[in-house]
Each structure stands twice: as C-alpha cells, then as structure tokens.
Ligand binder design. Structure first.
Ligand SMILES: [Zn+2]
Length: 99
C-alpha cells in the first residue's frame, strides 16, 4: 500500500469524490461481531487512505469503511439495508452525496 508513487492510470477501482457540502451523514459504528459470510460487491481504490467496500451478507448489504493507519487500520460499518437500497447509498457515497 505504498501508493504515493502509484500512477493514477494504474488504478483499477473507482475513487470516491470529495464530499459535497450538503452531504447526508451516514452513521458509522464498530463492526458488528459474528457476521456470517460476507461477499464484496464493490470497493473503492486502495490508493486512498480511506477505502470503502460494499458488502453483502445474506439478503442485506452494508458499507465497510477502512481508514488505513499504522499499526492497525480503523474499521467502521454502516447500517444494513436491503441490497437495492445499499447500492443507492453506495453510489451516493461515491459521488460525495453521502459520507
Ligand atoms: Zn487509485
């Protein structure tokens, strides 16, 4: 993750936009213990210090926010939503409309 020298053209995953001034604030909480299997539906590029992942667990999905830091990254999670709604939140988050 020594990404400072990374050529932006080499990034394969999307980057989030700077949050908009009137963005909707999402609630972030400590990761929920005892999750079953989760499947990554989408994720943002890890060349940024903050990486978001859209994760599916059963019939629901949520967003995991990882702030890369030494020695341990900080991990937070959003609420869980039905998958369709989670996808809408995901796109709004990438566009900076929610954060
Ligand atoms: Zn990147």
């Amino acid at each position: 993750m020594a990404a400072s020298a990374l050529d932006p053209d080499e990034c394969l995953s999307p980057h989030w936009e700077i949050r908009q001034k009137d963005h909707v604030k999402l609630v972030w909480h400590k990761p929920f213990e005892g999750v079953g299997r989760v499947r990554a539906l989408a994720w943002t590029c890890d060349c940024r210090a903050v990486v978001y992942e859209l994760l599916q667990s059963g019939g629901q999905a949520f967003i995991r926010k990882t702030t890369q830091a030494e020695p341990t990254p900080e991990v937070e999670e959003s609420h869980r939503w039905p998958i369709e709604e989670a996808r809408r939140v995901w796109h709004a988050l990438l566009l900076g409309e929610m954060r």
